[in-house]
Design a protein around this ligand. Structure first.
Ligand code: ADP
Ligand code: MG
Length: 198
């Protein structure tokens, strides 16, 4: 279970303070598939970054499985993210110099999976998003929707307990969206997932 209590985030840009989250509390049970809706700029990505331990809230508490995850050191957070989370970022965040397959297997390699096994898993996930034939292509050689599908494969490659998806269907067409959603939902039937949509 993921809990957030009164989570606030204020970004400070010089003398300008941007309140991005103003006291969010929520509970997400194991196995739940949760969508977060709100207008552009309402703080959906910020909330996912807080719950995903990518940034610290200004105030508030977050627990995962009863653990006070905000008390972890930076290296503990990194290890926790690698072992438990998958992320589909709103801007995909693919590494431009790496091929589709290399991008997909990056989290597996970082986790210490042998290259041979990581590549096999990576090809399997690329196949599931219909892109195995494009495995050697660089992100710049792929369309926005194809890059998004590579990002989905990368988020799933470590078989994460928790999947954070930030507008994961924004660049997919209407035939791809239902299969991708079914795939991420199916993946998450035994775990928690957060997804944002504006
Ligand atoms: N790194 C940042 N520095 C300063 N302001 C930010 C930063 N990230 C987001 N914001 C601001 O916080 C607010 C919420 O942004 P965001 O979480 O990206 O919204 P959403 O994902 O719902 O569109 C916006 O006003 C945005 O400009
Ligand atoms: Mg956003």
């Amino acid at each position: 279970m993921i809990t957030a209590r009164n989570v606030k985030k204020i970004y400070t840009m010089g003398r300008v303070e941007v309140p991005a989250l103003n006291g969010v509390s929520l509970e997400i049970e194991t196995g739940e598939f949760v969508g977060i809706m709100g207008s552009s700029g309402s703080g959906k990505s910020t909330l996912l970054h807080m719950l995903g331990l990518l940034d610290d809230p200004t105030e508030g508490a977050i627990t995962i499985g009863g653990e006070d995850v905000l008390a972890f050191s930076d290296s503990e957070k990194t290890r926790y993210r690698l072992q438990r989370f998958g992320f589909i970022f709103q801007d995909y965040a693919l590494v431009p110099e790496l091929s589709a397959l290399e991008n997909v297997i990056l989290p597996a390699i970082a986790r210490g999976i042998h290259l041979h096994d990581a590549a096999a898993a990576g090809r399997d996930y690329l196949d599931r998003v219909g892109l195995v034939e494009r495995q050697d292509h660089l992100p710049a050689e792929l369309s926005g929707g194809e890059q998004q599908r590579v990002a989905i494969a990368r988020a799933l490659v470590n078989n994460p307990d928790i999947l954070f998806a930030d507008e994961p269907c924004a660049n997919l067409d209407s035939t791809t969206v239902p299969t991708s959603t079914a795939r991420t939902r199916g993946r998450c039937s035994n775990s928690s997932a957060g997804s944002t949509r504006s």
